[in-house]
Design a binder for this molecule. Structure first.
Ligand SMILES: CC(C)(COP(=O)(O)OP(=O)(O)OC[C@H]1O[C@@H](n2cnc3c(N)ncnc32)[C@H](O)[C@@H]1OP(=O)(O)O)[C@@H](O)C(=O)NCCC(=O)NCCS
Length: 175
């Protein structure tokens, strides 16, 4: 099966997507479209079977800002003490029939290249993701690191485990 990664299109069939995580499926089916086409507040990249155009995975990203000072990240300590631009992975999921075939990896790689473009265009500290416990080892494979939040510092606490990948590491990975 040949896979391509491209932006979500209005005509794509999202309703049959099942990753095994209800919240990941619900977001894709109900909100990914309106966030991209109506509100224009995020973009979803889909992994599709080139022949059938069946969606086998997706990742939704947006630009955001974060007060890095609220995190215990030695590597980013020298950055200024005000909200700084970041890329945020909002959701990532692979259909359960297509898991463990390298599709999640392809979707993460897409976002690394996207972060390079955003850094070149407007500047960016790195990629952040609120990861579920079970997905932490997956992100660690791509050099994401857990970012401990200093108690009481971040206005909106991450619901799950906040992880990040700095631009410095992204440059090293893609060299
Ligand atoms: C987590 C998820 C996105 C991984 O996608 P995938 O396509 O199955 O992963 P890949 O086949 O690309 O795996 C890439 C590597 O990560 C590893 N991996 C995949 N899922 C993993 C997990 N949960 N924990 C540890 N390693 C994992 C694979 O073994 C593989 O390693 P290798 O390159 O050494 O062989 C997918 O399982 C999924 O959609 N899960 C349900 C939703 C979810 O948890 N999303 C994350 C939200 S935070």
């Amino acid at each position: 099966m040949k896979i391509e990664i491209r932006k979500l299109e209005k005509r794509d069939n999202r309703k049959d997507f099942r990753s095994g995580e209800i919240e990941i499926d619900r977001f894709f089916i109900k909100f990914a479209g309106q966030n991209q086409f109506k509100h224009k507040i995020g973009k979803t990249y889909v992994a599709v079977d080139v022949e059938t155009q069946t969606i086998v995975g997706y990742v939704t990203v947006s630009v955001s800002s974060m007060n890095i000072d609220s995190l215990e990240i030695e590597e980013l300590k020298k950055l200024p003490n005000y909200p700084l631009p970041i890329v945020r992975i909002a959701r990532l999921g692979v259909d359960e029939h297509f898991q463990a075939k390298g599709i999640g990896k392809k979707l993460v790689q897409k976002i690394l290249y996207l972060a390079l473009e955003i850094e070149a265009l407007v500047g960016c500290v790195g990629i952040f993701v609120d990861a579920k416990d079970s997905a932490v080892p997956f992100y660690e494979k791509y050099a994401f690191v857990v970012a401990p939040v200093i108690d009481g510092e971040l206005e909106v606490k991450p619901a799950q485990i906040l992880m990040y990948l700095s631009m410095k590491t992204i440059h090293k990975l893609l060299k």
